[in-house]
Design a protein around this ligand. Structure first.
Ligand code: CP3
Length: 348
């Protein structure tokens, strides 16, 4: 498929389009009644991720409503620890819970031997979605970045402070390095399989990139990202890689220029005009409407949307949110936002 036929890939290749392509992080999920129905039939969230027909169906649901330029594989970043046999559960209203790995000795519990067998249904989902999409729509594969995945693996779930994962990194450098090394290896293989199955681009979600001091950001966010990019580029030079170093503040500049990623996704806090000057001159950018504006809508949403479009549509740009669609969002508001983006050429 030529980039010209897929606006999302064209933007990632550096083209400036009249109407920027768009998709939304967490575009599939609980805010959609049709998702809740399939989710209930699947029984558990993990079951849903590992049932190719159902996962394909929920991947396509938002596209039927809003016709985004890209679909994102329906899965979760924690399927990598699951493939390493770490115990994982998603508790209603509480988020993910894992049996934590807190020291070098705990790492022995992680087994990589059956990783691809365990995750084979995910590769099958990619194949199903890939063959179901129209030629103008792209398919995004994804993984969490090693740092963010390690955050959940060591902490055992979500956290405000991430004190346990930092304690591991600060007190046992060799041990923590070996966890990151394992995650780099598995993430490369995992994304390679997604690309082989039909993903047109991949995104690395680094949701907790912003909690580290600069020196550790370079060591555990930037360096592992660069290793993944180098390995994927060696085999798949034409597959674009988007990095999302959420809340990393000024470090996003170094991250954008030095990790080798093809495009950078901006979180909600990044000023779009600053990004146009400092980032978009180096790489295409993606972002960054505050997803909470989808709860309130009105002028606030319309003005912010146009501010982002005005600042960034003069360069290679993909419209997105600064973080995922929240559960409380009304599907009608997502329709309104999609229409606003589509009608931008009439207002610019
Ligand atoms: O539509 C899409 O974006 C594709 C699917 C997707 C999910 N999670 C589905 C999901 C993607 C790309 C993710 C990424 C992900 N998962 C991240 C990175 C992005 C971010 O949000 O910062 C992270 C940190 C996770 C880990 C995770 N998964 C958490 C913390 C939770 C619980 C929070 C919550 O919203 O419940 C999940 C569960 C999860 N992942 C759900 C969905 C639709 C909800 C579970 C359900 O339906 O029962």
């Amino acid at each position: 498929m030529l980039d010209a036929e897929k606006p999302f890939l064209a933007a990632l290749a550096g083209q400036i389009l009249d109407r920027p392509p768009f998709w939304f992080m967490r575009q599939a999920g609980r805010y959609l009644p049709e998702y809740r129905k399939v989710r209930q039939q699947a029984g558990s969230f993990i079951n849903l991720c590992l049932s190719p027909e159902r996962a394909c169906e929920v991947t396509l649901q938002p596209l039927r409503r809003y016709n985004m330029d890209a679909a994102i594989l329906f899965s979760d970043i924690l399927m990598v620890p699951y493939g390493l046999t770490q115990k994982l559960d998603y508790l209603e209203g509480e988020g993910p819970k894992l049996e934590p790995v807190r020291c070098t000795n705990d790492l022995k519990r992680l087994k990589r031997d059956n990783f691809h067998e365990i995750l084979a249904p995910i590769y099958q989902t990619v194949r199903l979605v890939s063959s179901a999409l129209p030629p103008s729509t792209s398919l995004i594969g994804f993984a969490g970045s090693p740092w963010t995945v390690a955050c959940y693996m060591v902490q055992g779930g979500g956290s405000k402070e991430w004190d346990k994962v930092k304690a591991f990194a600060y007190q046992d450098r060799a041990g923590f390095d070996s966890l990151i090394d394992l995650l780099v290896d598995m993430t490369i293989e995992y994304l390679e399989r997604q690309i082989d199955a039909g993903a047109n681009a991949v995104q690395l979600f680094d949701s907790w990139a912003g909690v580290l001091p600069a020196s550790y950001f370079r060591r555990y966010v930037m360096a592992p990202t660069a290793r993944i990019v180098t390995a994927l580029k060696a085999r798949y030079p034409h597959i674009p890689i988007i990095g999302f170093p959420r809340n990393s503040g000024a470090m996003i500049e170094e991250y954008t220029q030095e990790t080798g990623i093809d495009a950078v996704a901006l979180d909600t806090t990044i000023c779009p005009r600053w990004a146009a000057h400092k980032l978009q001159c180096h790489r295409p950018v993606q972002g960054n409407l505050d997803p909470i504006l989808l709860l309130t809508g009105g002028d606030a949403m319309r003005i912010e949307t146009d501010t982002i479009l005005r600042a960034l549509s003069g360069g290679p740009f993909i419209f997105n949110l600064g973080h995922g669609v929240t559960q409380e969002t009304s599907p009608e508001m997502v329709a309104e936002l999609s229409n606003l983006i589509r009608s931008w050429p009439d207002r610019r």
